[in-house]
Design a protein around this ligand. Sequence first.
Ligand SMILES: Nc1ncnc2c1ncn2[C@@H]1O[C@H](COP(=O)(O)OP(=O)(O)OP(=O)(O)O)[C@@H](O)[C@H]1O
Length: 580
Amino acid sequence: MDLQLRQYRDLLLKYLKPQWSLALFLLLLLLINMGLALLNPQMIRIFIDTISSGGAISTLISTALLFLVVAVLKQCVAVCEGYMAENLSQLATNHMRSELMLHCLQLDPAFHTSHTPGELIERIDGDVSTLGNFFSRFLVALFGNLLLILGVLILLYRIDWRVGLIVTTFCFICLIVLYRLRNLSANAWERERQASADLFGFIEERLAGTEDIRSSGGTLYMLRGLAEKTRQRVRMTQRAAIRSSVSWIIPPIFFAAGSAVALAMGVYLFREGSATLGTVYLIFGYTNLINDPLQEIVRQMRDLQQASGSIKRVLDLFKVHSTIQDGKQNLPDGPLSIVFDDVSFAYAQDVPVLKHISFSQPAGTVMGLLGRTGSGKSTITKLLTRLYDPQQGAIRVGSNDLCTLQLASLRSSIGMVTQDVQILHATVRDNLTLFDTNIPDGKIVQALEELGLAQWYESLPEGLDTVLAPGGSGLSAGEAQLISFARVFLKDPRIVILDEASSRLDPATERRLEHAVDRLMESRTGIIIAHRLATVLHADTILILEDGSRCEYGKREELARNPDSRFAHLLRTGLEEVMI
Ligand SMILES: Nc1ncnc2c1ncn2[C@@H]1O[C@H](COP(=O)(O)OP(=O)(O)OP(=O)(O)O)[C@@H](O)[C@H]1O
């Protein structure tokens, strides 16, 4: 079995296995439908032969009634079959969607910076949707229709072996041609899927930046870009459709020739006197009947070609793995110390961002982190949360090497507020608890009050059930930042990172928040990245970065007392000097 067929088989087994009973039931319905289809020509033969031999009228009536019953039954089975197939398709594709979604969420930030959300949406939903038929029908239809062809061929052999042999030969040629052409348009469909993903990526990015695009007058430019992307997709779809049409045009031509030869044989048998008129119709009826399953197999092969582009893209996505390996250890109880031991890191090769950074922050103390824009402050927090691993040196939390810790345990112990707050299109409650249903409403309201958001909370039309607008568009930047603070309060983490967390608050709100932050930091280890000196004046230690290197690290009070220290210099001159 070649690699591609093995991949198809593995994928089918993986996602159909949990639904095996449904798949079997679907197969049963298909077989019933086919059995009923085989009955039709027999009834018409009886009809024709009864008329031509002047048989009893009662035979004609009962045959006609049976014909009607079979027709109604066939429709009922077809409806059930459609329902079951849709069910199976949705169950299998939803399973795949959630696995892909989880997989994407676990991939490195570097992967997400090189793929737009729109492109990933198209892969998680668009590509997977094209596999619905593959999961629900392909195997069942292929098996069932091959069985129907076999059944018809046996019946034809029973009528006359020569007719059977002719139709068998043509069927065989058709199936071989179909098998050979199965990959003809696979690459073209893969390019079509990529063009579609590019289009979605483009739309998503432009819609996300709608305010900037409109205010800078870039709407027409954006539309030109959209037209080019849609043109590209149309071109790819046309190419793929034309290539795949070849595979479904050729087999029916072969088969039409086979039907004509089989019919000619029937006529010959009739003239020879070895077949009745009804039997000639039976040959005609059965030969025609083979056309349906063959067409269905052609349709399935065509869908498979279309699906194979998506299958390849889905499998390629599954093959991308995070470079961050999960550890096994849990964090110890109590406050956690943070140690950076000669840590060096670069996002891209040969562009060092952090150079030989060392510091040892005792458990339960707060570090103020200062440095110019781009000096590597946020990168320190990204290493601490293991979004990236350093190329050199070691990071320890609570005396454990970061690489040995369970990622879930580490990340659930860290609460972070950044400038870039993600507000979800969900209720206020879900936005604050991030879907943790164990947090009682009383605790949520208390956190909002402590952060000075009581008035805002009271103005909400449906309280905690009020749904926030997508992207937090109904909130001011400051309110969004306060919500992010409230999330950390409710998460109750053991390490708190505030990355320029109060940058969007006015001085009055920031002062109000100060008290709450002090309380939050009590008996927790904290890192406060700030642009304003006032924000780090309560910190226990100070780390100053300069161009990715440690410029100064020590106890705040000692540094403040030492007139030669950089920190004391900053206190005298004001922080602006390090920031510009
Ligand atoms: N995902 C990334 N890929 C490549 N380079 C990055 C990435 N994130 C940050 N950088 C680069 O790393 C350097 C340090 O960035 P970092 O965000 O840590 O600085 P910072 O001190 O926090 O700056 P700011 O005060 O502006 O937030 C910068 O030169 C930045 O361009």
